[in-house]
Design a protein around this ligand. Structure first.
Ligand SMILES: *Cc1c(COP(=O)(O)O)cnc(C)c1O
Length: 398
C-alpha cells in the first residue's frame, strides 16, 4: 500500500480535493509562500528556532494525560488526553501561528492579518504578532465577537485591531472573506496567517505540518507509557487542523483507527448544523475544493454550532480525501451532547474543555464503553474552556 501521508502534490491536490482557487492577484503571493515554506522546512535554523519557541514560549511538549476517572466512569477503553489546552493562549492554534510568523519574517512582511471564529486563532495570532513586533489586524464576525467577548478583549490587550464583520451570517466564513479582501489589496506588505488546514494551497499542507507536532509527541508518549500504539484517535473537526495534526503521524499505522467529530448542532435533520459530511457536497469555498454545505444551487448553507470554532461550511480538503479513502471515519456530536461532555470532563477530571473539544469528548463518551478495557483511546484536548464558561453558564443557568 502506498502511504497516504505523502500528499498533497505540487499544486496542492489531495486526490480530487484541494488546489488553488483564488483571484489572479493572489497567485504569485501563494506561489512565493509555497516556495518560502519549502525552503524554511528544509532549513535547520528555521526548524530549531521554531522548536525553541514551541518549547519556551508555547510550552511544548504538552502532556499525554491518563483520564483515570473518565475511564472508570465509562468502563471501557483507557482514555488519554493530549493536553493542547495547556499551551500558551489555551489551544493548539499557537503551533501554527508561531510557524507562520517565522515565515512572514523570512519574507520581510511586517503586517499580519488573520480571521478568527471562536477567537482562539485571533488570540494566537495577536500573541505572536506582539512577540515579533508586527502590526496585526484580526477580522471577526460580529456574532462571534458577542459570544467570545473574552477573546476580543485579549486580542485588544495584545495590541491587535479587531475588525467586526457584519456581512451575511457574521461568523467565520464572512471573516475569512474580509481577510482575503484585505490580503488582495495589501499583499506586498502583508502575510495572512490562516488559522486552519483550509483555503488555497499551501495552507492546508503548511498548517497541517505545523500541527504534526501534536501527533509526533503523542505517538512517542503513548509508546513510552503503554509500549504500544493506541487503538483509536479522536479529535473534533472544524477546518480540521488539530485533527490532522494528531492523525497524520499515525496514517501509516494500519492498526490505529481515527475518528473526526463534526458539529451536529441541533441535529442533522433540523439543518442547523456544521457537519459537512452529513449532507455536504463537492464544492469550492475560499480557495479550495472540498466538502461544503450547500443547497442544490450551490449556494452556501447557513451553519449552526454551539461552538464558534466548528461553525464553518467547509472542511479541510485533506479530510475529504482521507474520508473517501476510508482511512478516517467522521461522526458528529450535537450541541446538547457537547455541552453534557463539557460538564462531564470538568466534574470527572478537573479539566474544563473548549466547547469545540467537548465534541470530541462527547464521541469518546459514546464509544469508550463499547471498547475493551485493554484498548486505548487518545483524544485531542484541543483547547481550554475559559472562553466558553459564560456561554455554558447561561445555558445551564449556573
Ligand atoms: C479553533 C479550534 C478548533 C477547531 O479548529 P480545527 O482547525 O478544526 O482544529 C478546535 N478546538 C479548539 C480549542 C479551537 O480553538
Amino acid at each position: 500500500m502506498t502511504s497516504l501521508a505523502t500528499l498533497p502534490d505540487a499544486r496542492g491536490h489531495f486526490g480530487p480535493y484541494g488546489g488553488m482557487f483564488v483571484p489572479e492577484t493572489l497567485m504569485s503571493a501563494l506561489e512565493d509562500l509555497t516556495a518560502e515554506y519549502q525552503r524554511a522546512k528544509a532549513d535547520p535554523e528555521f526548524q530549531s528556532e521554531l522548536a525553541g519557541l514551541l518549547r519556551d514560549f508555547a510550552g511544548r511538549p504538552t502532556p499525554l494525560y491518563f483520564a483515570e476517572r473518565l475511564t472508570a466512569e465509562l468502563g471501557g477503553a483507557k482514555i488519554y488526553l493530549k493536553r493542547e489546552d495547556l499551551l500558551h493562549t489555551g489551544a493548539h492554534k499557537i503551533n501554527n501561528a508561531l510557524g507562520q510568523i517565522l515565515l512572514a519574517r523570512r519574507m520581510g512582511k511586517q503586517r499580519i492579518i488573520a480571521e478568527t471564529g471562536a477567537g482562539q486563532h485571533g488570540v494566537a495570532t495577536a500573541t505572536v504578532a506582539a512577540r515579533f513586533g508586527c502590526e496585526c489586524i484580526i477580522y471577526m464576525g460580529a456574532v462571534d465577537m458577542e459570544r467570545q467577548a473574552l477573546n476580543v478583549a485579549r486580542m485588544r490587550f495584545l495590541g491587535a485591531k479587531v475588525v467586526a464583520v457584519t456581512a451575511g451570517q457574521a461568523t467565520l466564513k464572512e471573516a475569512i472573506n474580509e481577510a482575503m479582501r484585505d490580503w488582495v489589496t495589501n499583499v506586498r506588505t502583508t502575510h495572512y496567517i490562516l488559522g486552519s488546514a483550509l483555503g488555497s494551497h499551501p495552507y492546508p499542507m503548511m498548517v497541517r505540518d505545523f500541527h504534526r507536532v501534536i501527533g509526533v509527541e503523542a505517538r512517542r508518549q503513548i509508546l513510552e507509557r503503554e509500549e504500544r500504539l493506541p487503538d483509536l484517535l479522536v479529535a473534533c473537526v472544524g477546518g480540521g487542523s488539530n485533527a490532522i495534526g494528531l492523525f497524520h503521524p499515525f496514517l501509516d499505522d494500519a492498526g490505529v483507527r481515527m475518528i473526526g467529530v463534526e458539529a451536529g448542532g441541533e441535529g442533522i435533520r433540523t439543518g442547523k448544523h456544521a457537519a459537512r459530511f452529513q449532507g455536504g457536497r463537492l464544492g469550492v469555498l475560499q480557495g479550495t475544493k472540498t466538502f461544503v454545505l450547500t443547497n442544490e444551487d450551490g449556494q452556501i448553507e447557513l451553519t449552526h454550532s454551539v461552538s464558534a470554532g466548528l461553525d464553518y461550511a467547509a472542511i479541510g480538503p485533506e479530510h475529504s480525501f482521507l474520508r473517501d479513502s476510508g482511512r478516517i471515519d467522521y461522526e458528529y456530536a450535537t450541541d446538547e451532547e457537547a455541552l453534557a461532555a463539557f460538564r462531564s470532563l470538568a466534574e470527572l477530571e478537573g479539566i474544563i474543555p473548549a466547547l469545540e473539544t467537548a465534541h470530541a469528548i462527547a464521541h469518546v463518551i459514546k464509544v469508550g464503553p463499547q471498547m475493551r478495557d485493554n484498548e486505548i483511546i487518545v483524544v485531542s484536548c484541543s483547547g481550554r474552556g475559559d472562553k466558553d464558561v459564560s456561554q455554558a453558564a447561561a445555558h445551564f443557568g449556573l
